[in-house]
Design a protein around this ligand. Structure first.
Ligand code: ARG
Length: 464
């Protein structure tokens, strides 16, 4: 059993059950590389400020670098009695360099240390998530470009509304993901503040240089208040909120894929490599990736609620409750990264059925608004035009007619101001092409949008 770093004032050893209940090494060992990096920077600062000798600082740094190399080759051996990742590293260092290892913890506490580790971890993970988001966005752009002219029914209330193009529809997801990426970038600003050197809660009596450590670890600034520094996890909550919003986006997108993949819609066929079968029904090919992304959004939303709830009743400053912040973060990072990669693969290999979508767009009076707009251009107030077209649609339904092949006389029974040329304006292609307002569904406009999206993705254009 390992001797506790804090055992001095205790006359009994910790109960085994309590040891298991209070340990975090089994999960916070995931922070090990960040912890070592932080300790190296701290030890260098202690040496450079003359708080410990340069020779001690050097042997601590060398020892930590060796530990880092050992871990990279042999992995981490978890021992519950060492309590957490911070005490674990200290123990390994002691085994390597002896008593000098005890100088590393000068002018710091595990309270600021753990906060530092989480911030370093999130900085690293945000970069990875942003990269995965960009890759997914590139897949969306390519698919959208392929389907700039593919017409499909645009829905509201899951009812046929107006014809749109698949390219346009897919690009909607691009911009949602772009805002997600921006949310992570924004929350990174508040993560990118160094808490180290604030001690247990009140600061330290040693002449430390917090800027030195911050610079060494790539932080933009240092925190202003030592109590705030160790007490708050708002930066982690923000990260989880950004992740939850992203997962809600992915979940909605996944829901569309599930719907489109049904025989009723038949808009998309998912590749064999990203689908699974049924153990009983031989004919089945299920969209499990989409379903799991939809399902996994629940865990990430739950993780956000978990972290907020952990914090809500905490008095200042650090409380052990905060140890519970890590698992929701780890689970979120894993879930988000896997979901993004799996979804991107599913979309890149998906085959959209343009013919089927085109056929569906011909049903359901999708060009009714175009007829109303035509009447408005003849001077009819929009409300009157709406009423006239509504009556015409009702007549069509009673007489099994379709807006797409009415004669001008049939139209004029209800809309006397209609001009001959309206017939050509009521085709779904004309309807789509006419919606060329900025951000509209016209292929010309979607092409412009795609070009802009590419520039955004390449970092040439700022969106926010
Ligand atoms: N394992 C702890 C955590 O994750 C580290 C900080 C412990 N601090 C303390 N005073 N017990 O929060």
């Amino acid at each position: 059993m390992t001797k506790k770093t804090w055992s001095g004032r205790f006359s009994k050893s910790t109960d085994k059950l309590i040891e298991r209940f209070t340990e975090s090494i089994t999960f916070d060992c995931r922070l090990i590389e960040h912890d070592i990096r932080g300790s190296i920077a701290h030890a260098q600062m202690l040496g450079s400020c003359g708080i410990i000798s340069q020779a001690d600082s050097d042997s601590i740094v060398d020892g930590l670098n060796e530990i880092l190399a050992d871990i990279r080759t042999h992995g981490v051996e978890v021992d519950e009695s060492v309590e957490d990742v911070h005490t674990y590293i200290e123990k390994l260092l002691f085994d390597k360099i002896g008593e000098i290892a005890g100088k590393l913890h000068t002018a710091r506490s595990r309270n600021d240390q753990v906060c530092l580790d989480i911030r370093l971890f999130l900085k690293h993970e945000i970069a990875a998530i942003s990269g995965a988001l960009s890759k997914f966005q590139a897949v969306i752009i390519d698919k959208a470009e392929e389907h700039v002219e593919s017409i499909m029914p645009g829905l509201t209330h899951l009812q046929h509304a107006q014809p749109i193009t698949l390219g346009h529809h897919l690009m909607a997801w691009f911009w949602m993901l772009e805002r997600d990426k921006d949310r992570f970038a924004d929350c990174l600003k508040r993560i990118n503040v160094s808490p180290i050197g604030t001690g247990a809660l009140a600061g330290t009596t040693f002449p430390i240089d917090r800027d030195y450590v911050a610079k060494e670890l790539g932080f933009a600034s240092v925190s202003e208040n030592s109590i705030d520094s160790v007490a708050d996890r708002d930066f982690a909550s923000e990260f989880l909120a950004a992740a939850a919003i992203l997962m809600v986006h992915l979940s909605r997108f996944a829901e569309e894929i599930v719907l489109w993949n049904t025989p009723e819609f038949g808009f998309v066929e998912l590749d064999d490599s990203v689908t699974t079968g049924s153990s009983i029904m031989p004919q089945k090919k299920n969209p499990d990736v989409a379903e799991l992304v939809r399902g996994k959004s629940g865990r990430v939303i739950g993780n956000l609620i978990t972290l907020l709830t952990i914090q809500k009743g905490l008095p200042m400053a650090y409380n052990r409750d905060l140890q519970e912040d890590k698992e929701p973060l780890f689970d979120t990072v894993d879930t988000v990264r896997m979901s993004l990669d799996a979804f991107a693969l599913m979309l890149s290999t998906a085959k959209f059925n343009a013919e089927r979508m085109r056929k569906a767009a011909a049903e359901g009076f999708l060009t009714a608004t175009d007829l109303a707009d035509h009447l408005v251009r003849q001077g009819v107030p929009f409300r009157t035009a709406h009423e006239q077209v509504g009556k015409l649609v009702s007549w069509c339904l009673e007489n099994q007619k379709d807006l797409l092949n009415l004669t001008i006389d049939e139209i004029r029974q209800f809309a006397p101001k209609a001009k001959e040329d309206v017939i050509s304006q009521l085709t779904i292609e004309a309807s789509v092409a006419a919606r060329s307002s900025y951000g509209g569904t016209a292929p010309s406009e979607v092409r412009r949008q795609i070009q802009k999206a590419r520039s955004v993705l390449e970092g040439k254009v700022q969106t926010f």
